[in-house]
Design a protein around this ligand. Structure first.
Ligand code: SF4
Ligand code: SF4
Length: 429
């Protein structure tokens, strides 16, 4: 199905012309990227602070200058040029960016030796917080967090008329910076175990594996025991209770790191999500298939543990390794993020995330959350469907005046934010 968007009168002037600060910012980002590549050949060997300044320092300042541009002009979505943009609508620039993102993930997962010099760009911070040299995962976490924070500023500027979008974006920026980056690094710094308090089973599948859980609960360190109880409580208690009151959005659009990147870095490509029925059918098979796989794996490793290792023997780690490669690396990283410019920003959340599957089942079956529609006001412009990153045809519900209560809806609220008639409302009732 092809969806068309209408241009509102106040948007007719088109996007604001780039100001000098925007151009300066773009130049700084380009120089930072260039320096990162040059440093990859060892050009900054022994000059870690200079390397960090010329890459993360310059890139962050430049990125914020560019993101600040979203505070100019009218707030809200700007349809002009989106469907003909080479960058935003699978043109040459979009494909080039997709290849670049995917290539980076391939290097990260399978050719880490190619990044040994690049990790020096975060070495000073790693030494200061963690007390150990940086590795590729600390580099990745730092790049990821910088992208969420900088593109989060852009998101706040773009939706500065919408309180829900502002608070939600601040929330994902906070969780990404604190729970995904700073706290795990500080835990390593104090000699404890690296732990992510905002990731739970089944997304962080090994947090409920016997090897992890027994180790935490049997530890003499009360902090590790707390982590064990936290993992169990968040999965068994908090997940169903919070989903009952707030729907899937409490996690997917407010807390999760994957959602954080999708809602910030991925925002320019949200219109590329596939709205076809075939995509919806594929989505249901894949996302529930991954969930079944991880549930069976978890049952199997516990059974194996209870039998003293007789059930699986040496194969006990193979199933988890297969999952880690196929789902953790290939799906969530290479395809999930690498294909943002081609397939939209929520490919992983929609087709692969087992946490999204669990939350979706809970949301669909007993949550109070729904998007209510005032059908009489709908002018069928299609903005809501176009910008739904989960590929939901929201307009079809609005035209009938029916509530949107779909398992896949992450409650991002962008459909409501881009509706020119105020037809849609996110409610818990
Ligand atoms: S239906 Fe609306 S709130 Fe739900 S995922 Fe789509 S755009 Fe976001
Ligand atoms: S609900 Fe709003 S955005 Fe969606 S088609 Fe109707 S008027 Fe347009």
């Amino acid at each position: 199905m092809t969806l068309h968007t209408i241009t509102l009168p106040e948007q007719a002037a088109g996007p604001a012309h780039p100001a000098l600060a925007d151009k300066l910012g773009a130049a700084m980002v380009a120089i930072a990227a260039l320096m990162l590549c040059i440093g990859g050949f060892g050009a900054f060997e022994g000059f870690d602070v200079l390397y960090m300044t010329l890459t993360f320092g310059l890139g962050s300042i430049g990125g914020v200058l560019v993101a600040r541009g979203s505070f100019r002009g009218l707030p809200g979505i700007r349809n002009n040029g989106v469907m003909t943009s080479g960058m935003q609508r699978r043109g040459l620039v979009g494909w080039a960016m997709g290849v670049a993102f995917t290539g980076f993930y391939c290097l990260l997962y399978w050719f880490p030796e190619s990044l040994v010099h690049v990790v020096q760009a975060v070495n000073p911070v790693s030494m200061a917080i963690r007390g150990i040299p940086a590795d590729r995962w600390f580099l990745y976490g730092s790049l990821y967090t910088a992208a969420v924070v900088i593109m989060g500023v852009r998101m706040i500027g773009r939706y500065r008329h919408n309180r829900y979008q502002q608070i939600r974006t601040l929330s994902v920026m906070f969780f990404q910076f604190m729970a995904a980056w700073l706290v795990p690094a500080l835990l390593i710094g104090i000699g404890s175990k690296e732990f992510y308090f905002h990731y739970f089973w089944p997304l962080k599948y090994d947090y409920l594996f016997p090897s992890t859980l027994k180790g935490l609960l049997a530890s003499p360190d009360s902090l590790l025991v707390f982590m064990g109880f936290w993992s169990m409580a968040m999965t068994v208690l908090a997940t169903p209770v919070l989903t009952y009151f707030f729907g899937k959005r409490w996690y997917c659009s407010w807390v999760c790191g994957c959602g954080a990147l999708a809602e910030t870095l991925g925002d320019p490509w949200r219109q590329n999500s596939d709205k076809s029925t075939a995509a919806w059918k594929l989505e249901r098979w894949l996302v529930h298939g991954v969930l079944v796989f991880i549930v069976l794996t978890t049952v199997l490793v516990w059974w194996n543990s209870a039998s003293g290792g007789h059930v699986l023997g040496k194969a006990s780690t193979v199933v988890a390794d297969v999952y880690g490669f196929a789902i953790g690396a290939m799906f969530s990283g290479v395809i999930g993020v690498g294909f943002y410019p081609i397939l939209g920003s929520r490919v992983w959340c929609r087709f692969g995330c087992p946490m999204a599957a669990v939350l979706g089942i809970l949301q669909r079956s007993f949550s109070k959350f729904r998007i209510t529609t005032n059908g009489a006001q709908c002018i069928s412009c299609g903005n809501c469907s176009t910008y739904c990153e989960m590929g939901i045809d929201v307009r079809a519900y609005a035209q009938r005046g029916a509530d949107v209560k779909r398992a896949s809806c992450v409650g991002c609220g962008v459909c409501a934010a881009v509706c020119p008639r105020g037809v849609l409302k996110l409610e818990n009732r």
